[in-house]
Design a protein around this ligand. Structure first.
Ligand code: PEP
Ligand code: MG
Length: 315
């Protein structure tokens, strides 16, 4: 099965009834780009930029960051790059950013909240990204957005900078990984260019389970109908405004989840490079119309275990 999937890893993923689903790669470092393309990535769906910042004794300057972003764009050879701005704070500290201790770091100053408190750092990162694009397709997204005001403040900064550094092919969007963002998706969708659903955090915050909890994390299953409903609402809102939606959390590589995500209308799945061939093979087995029915039924089940049993039985 793996060998069959591997043989077709460079071909697009299209369902039996003709729906194309983009399959992209999640990356933690620029050096992995060529391998991801070789594994069949049609884009980078999530470039986590934390490593760029953690590998230095102080925040890297614009030129240092540009080297990293150019390396990825060069290796992509015209394929789109979705890059997430720095997502630290809370439980992911940076040595050169002294931050007050928090009792609940997952509910504290992290992601876009931290970036908006330190706009000078975000500004350098955005300048480096815009300058690296050089006509290539660049999509910038912000992590942990939960409020309209956060999106607007971040967007405003991008707009100010792109007036100085024009980019021919730029989209600006947000991660959907906080339940409030999914719940106000209709308002956000009118303003963003795209959404990318981070199911790791979306599951953690929806189910109130620490994603790394030693005894509870097994219950943090993104197939919980509460999470599926938020995904469905997000896609519906985006599509009503002609915007696209990706999923870049772990759920995108889960073979039981793929039919449900496609049934909910997701346009792109972004997974680790080693999962690309199998996710594409999974998409090719499916029928979109059938997936839509499956997803609607799954939404009415009481829990993730029931959803898993249901999909397994229907498969
Ligand atoms: C997520 O939360 O699903 C996600 C993709 O981001 P990270 O795992 O980096 O928090
Ligand atoms: Mg996240």
């Amino acid at each position: 099965r793996q060998r069959l999937a591997d043989a077709r890893r460079l071909e697009p993923a299209v369902t039996r009834d003709g729906r194309r689903v983009e399959v992209a790669a999640n990356l933690g470092s620029s050096a992995e780009t060529a391998d991801a393309v070789e594994q069949g990535a049609e884009a980078i769906g999530l470039l986590r930029t934390e490593l760029v910042f953690m590998n230095h004794a102080q925040a890297p300057d614009q030129a240092t960051q540009e080297v990293e972003y150019r390396r990825v764009l060069d290796a992509l050879d015209g394929r789109p790059l979705v890059v997430r701005t720095l997502d630290v704070g809370g439980d992911k500290p940076l040595s050169y950013w002294p931050m007050p201790a928090e009792e609940n770091p997952f509910l504290g100053v992290r992601g876009i909240r931290l970036s908006l408190q330190r706009p000078e750092v975000l500004e350098v990162q955005l300048r480096a990204l815009l300058a690296s694009a050089e006509g290539r397709p660049l999509r910038i997204m912000f992590p942990m957005v939960g409020f309209m005001e956060e999106w607007r403040a971040a967007r405003q900064l991008v707009d100010r900078l792109r007036a100085e550094i024009p980019v021919a092919d730029l989209q600006v969007g947000i991660m959907i990984e906080v339940p409030s963002a999914a719940l106000i998706a209709p308002a956000l969708a009118a303003e963003v260019d795209f959404f990318s659903i981070g199911t790791n955090d979306l599951t953690q915050y929806t189910l109130a389970i620490d994603r790394g909890h030693p005894s509870l994390s097994g219950q943090a299953d993104g197939l919980h109908p509460a999470v599926l409903r938020l995904i469905g609402m997000t896609v519906e809102a985006a599509h009503a405004h002609g915007k696209w939606v990706g999923v870049c959390g772990e759920l995108a590589a889960d073979t039981l989840a793929v039919p449900l995500l496609i049934g909910l209308g997701v346009d792109e799945l972004s997974v680790s490079a080693r999962s690309i061939a199998l996710v594409k093979a999974r998409v090719r087995e499916l029928d979109q119309a059938r997936c839509r029915q499956l997803a609607q039924q799954a939404l009415n089940l009481p829990g993730a275990a029931e959803v898993r049993a249901f999909v397994t039985e229907q498969d």
